[in-house]
Design a protein around this ligand. Sequence first.
Ligand code: SF4
Length: 488
Amino acid sequence: MDPMNADLPPGARLSVPAYALDRADYAPSAPIAPEGATVSAVAPESPAWDAGIEPGMVVTTVNGSALDDMITWLWESDDDEVDLVVYDPRDQTSTPCTLERYPGEDWGIEFDGAIFDAMRTCVNACVFCFMTMLPPGSRDSLSIRDDDYRLSFLQGNFVTLTNMTDEDVDRVIRLDLSPMNVSLHAVTPAVRRRVMGKNEHRGIEVLERLMDAGIEIHAQIVLCPGINDGEELDRTLAYCEAHEQITSLGIVPLGFTRHQKRFKTSYSDDPDAARQVIEQVRPYQLRALERFGRHTFQMSDEFYLDAGIEVPPASWYDGYPQYYDGIGMIRSYLDDTAALLANHRSRLAAIGRAMAVNGLALAVVSGTSAASTVGNLVEAPELGGTVIAIRNDYFGGNVDVTGLICACDLLEQLPGNLVNVVLILPSVMFNSDGLTLDGYHGDDIRRELERRGARVHIASTMPFELADTLEHALGLCGPGQSVKEQRV
Ligand code: SF4
């Protein structure tokens, strides 16, 4: 049906000149809200509260500057007085106000998100782009290709720098937005073009400007067999070695799903190749240690799993600068497990006893790659639980991490009878809206698993957090007490 005439009586049609249908300047029925940061929360008795600011209002300017992102907010509000203009959508008015605070006092205002104008999207065509490997019918939000330098500084996202304007670069340098997380992948232009697409040169140009200005860089390589490995990897490692501003370089293997035709294998299918890469990087690690007292060049956990080699000790991870890139998670988990077993054995035993007395069994869900690591704690005699490794059929390929477990695989592979099972679902499976990657809400999953008899907890499966969850679930903690709080 013609939407323009949808609400008219049968047979009636609006008479609209043809040219008007292409115009974008129709008068809106209500004034358009100005751009700015939508207030999501205001703390009682705070300066923002005193000024009458409420959730849902929009802060449009701060000290006369448009409030376009959290960087502007943090920069402009770093004083004890700040001038705002606040838009109230209820009466469509904009009101100036001044907030004042005591030294060190919080403004008491939270915003929805970190970027308040348009997100910068990527201008690349990476061969390994996960967005091009999604199953048909995936949620639209999964295929948003953000590549916004502001999220590198604010949230640690890796960015390619290929879409930055000169003004953006000037801003990073002027505000000293350091460190930045940068996807490097390769250094030879032809190889970079093959890996990232035709805009690769801008990325290197910007990277070198930032490094010349003293911005610290955490870099990353997604290593694709036959594309940027071998001699090109040596060239990239040498480039990083020559640039002291690059204080860490994370090397992660190509991951691929079954919903593409380009890749059929990666290091996950070739332990020798994984071992060779680990060996190739070692001299760079040792030289960096000698020069700077840090290893700088870091292999992702997957390389060690693929190679069948034990992950190195914590000291090799230089304080885990690339933890959220999957570098050092296994070492950290193993060390936390060892600390928990060494210092809290009796408390873990109390959890195990309470489970047994109540006729309960513990089961913790994991991706297949992390199952044996998580088993070190869950299957220890004190807890006597089981790890249930979920195979990722939704994405297929070599996808095996816990954070990408989908509800369809989970519900399909968990047993039909979960009576008296305390079932821990890793919270990393869910986004901030409580959704899995295939679009199921945690509440619906919980309902289905409770129908099978499980006592479901969506929680972190990190050792201390897991013990904490179990203690609370079993009523073993007094208010304010937890294993985590007693961590040594
Ligand atoms: S930068 Fe590359 S991997 Fe990231 S979204 Fe863009 S094309 Fe995909």
